[in-house]
Design a protein around this ligand. Structure first.
Ligand code: NAD
Ligand code: UGA
Length: 455
């Protein structure tokens, strides 16, 4: 039996460790965080994040071999393997602000591990980090003469929010990078053995530390690039009456391209795509690869353009003014099946509409608490309404911004009749039947499609 500790009980630490605990019942798994409130929530019936299947997973092993604690230091001393899953947000100050990763939480953790360790340990990078961070980690961990043996392993996480449990249980691959030294190989094998409890061996990929660290940034950059590529073409579709969904189908059937991640949208959101691409851009600039940096930066620029375009379409359709008009935003989470609103395009649209002095009402089945926090002062100027029917009442327009299934099951006939006329519908996710909405009476604007407008 080994004792596993995960430092950071967030969107990655909580779900990944719950799955590891369930799949490896002989190990003791502790998830620790400096945020005591979050730990209390993990110990309660109301978990701090919404994720399908998470509650069942946590409840099945909590207090058996899965424990949540705010005593980080005590658990460091006891652990054999420490996963570091703290946040690595974009730096907002000083050199590299707006691009580089802010590594202060990660570095504090490394120093804490050093201070409270008295026996050899494997330290696993689970957070997304710039390539060669493991080198810095090793230097800190071995900075004292009498420090115990530490082996740093990179094991980036590829789960998506909303499908975290499914992704962990059935991953496309698990990536493990380590030093090619006797103790590095041993550490790597220990992590391979952990995952081999439920992941087929051929899907566990082992590489060098640097390939593993960089693969994580590159995977996110490639995924985001596909969205920006299809979104760029959606702009051309809107000018030429081509249909972006027909194009996505046509190109996605080419097995070299593949069908996934080709849904044109109001833009990608979430805590990671933007920060990870900009981190990649920063690394390229650091290594004087300016052409490479510019190439990847364009993925983020295109995403900003897509969000700005969506807002312009609302404004121009509503006769160039939304001041005082009630606009209902259907969805606030950055994608369906999560309560997370970090970098959500819905909040970008919300803020821009507030600038235009619209009367904004937001409805979302799980994310309204986070909207209140994320909007800060602006939250007071927004109506939060859990019921979409009430949100749409007397509204001039609905903008659908998160692809929750519930939004495709509403009675739009009833909604239309409760709205101000002419009524407008902006589908930022292309999940509805636009022709049907048009027949009901809506003026419909969807991404990458010709607008359906009543004369
Ligand atoms: P998060 O903000 O949800 O959670 C991070 C947690 O770390 C917080 O609860 C914070 O209190 C805690 N923390 C910070 N410093 C600490 C310290 N010194 N000791 C103990 N706890 C500390 O972040 P997240 O979404 O879980 O992301 C974590 C990392 O995983 C990031 O590097 C992110 O890029 C990466 N990642 C995230 C996802 C995702 O879907 N969210 C997926 C793959 C990778
Ligand atoms: C993404 C990656 O998919 C994960 O592999 C990675 O581990 C994670 O980032 C991370 O490093 O944090 P996540 O951000 O949770 O996961 O969600 P995605 O499903 O990738 O969606 C990201 C954004 O792109 C969402 O706003 C989503 O609505 C949007 N999207 C996605 C589109 O607009 N179109 C698509 O076709 C797919």
């Amino acid at each position: 039996m080994a004792t596993l500790l995960c430092i950071g009980a967030g969107h990655v630490g909580g779900p990944t460790m719950a799955v590891i605990a369930q799949k490896c019942p002989e190990h003791r798994v502790v998830v620790a965080d400096i945020n005591a409130e979050k730990i209390t929530a993990w110990q309660s019936d109301r978990l701090p994040i919404y994720e399908p299947g998470l509650q069942e997973m946590v409840f099945s092993c909590r207090d058996k071999n899965l424990f949540f604690s705010s005593e980080v230091e005590r658990h460091i001393a006891e652990a054999d393997i420490i996963f570091v899953s703290v946040n690595t947000p974009m730096k907002t100050f000083g050199q590299g602000a707006g691009k580089a990763a802010d590594l202060q939480y990660w570095e504090k953790t490394a120093r804490q591990i050093l201070q409270h360790s008295h026996a050899p340990k494997i330290v696993v990078e689970k957070s997304t980090l710039p390539v060669r961070t493991a080198e810095a980690m090793e230097r800190i961990l071995h900075s004292q003469d009498r420090s115990p043996q530490f082996d740093v392993v990179s094991n980036p996480e590829f789960l998506s929010e909303g499908t975290a449990i499914r992704d962990m249980e059935n991953p496309d691959r698990v990536l493990i990078g380590a030093r090619d030294t006797p103790s590095g190989r041993k550490a790597k094998q220990a992590i391979v053995d952990l995952y081999a409890h439920w992941v087929p061996r051929e899907r566990i990929l082992t590489t060098s530390l640097w390939s593993s660290e960089l693969s994580k940034l590159v995977a996110n950059a490639f995924l985001a690039q596909r969205i920006s590529s299809i979104n760029s073409i959606s702009a051309l579709c809107e000018k030429t009456e081509a249909d972006i969904q027909e194009i996505a189908l046509a190109i996605g059937m080419d097995t070299r391209i593949g069908p996934r991640f080709l849904n044109a949208s109001v833009g990608f959101g979430g805590s990671c795509f933007k920060k990870d691409i900009l981190n990649l851009v920063y690394l390229c600039e650091y290594y004087h690869l300016s052409e490479v940096a510019e190439y990847w930066e364009q993925v983020v620029r295109m995403n900003e353009y897509q969000q700005a375009r969506f807002l312009s379409r609302i404004l121009s359709s509503l006769f160039n003014t939304v001041a005082g008009k009630r606009i209902a935003l259907f969805g606030a989470a950055f994608k369906a099946n999560t309560s997370d609103t970090r970098e959500s395009p819905a909040l970008q649209v919300c803020r821009a509409l507030l600038e235009e002095r619209a009367d904004v009402v937001v409805t979302d089945p799980h994310a309204l608490d986070n909207v209140r926090v994320d909007l800060g002062e602006d939250a007071r100027r927004v109506t939060m309404e859990p019921d979409p029917y009430r949100a749409a009442m007397n509204a001039h327009a609905i903008a659908l911004l998160t692809e929750w299934t519930l939004f495709s099951e509403l009675d739009y006939e009833a909604i239309y009749h409760s709205m101000a006329k002419p009524a407008f519908f902006f589908d930022g996710r292309n999940i509805l039947d636009h022709r049907k909405l048009f027949q009901i009476g809506f003026n419909v604007h969807a991404i990458g499609k010709p607008s359906l407008i009543h004369p």
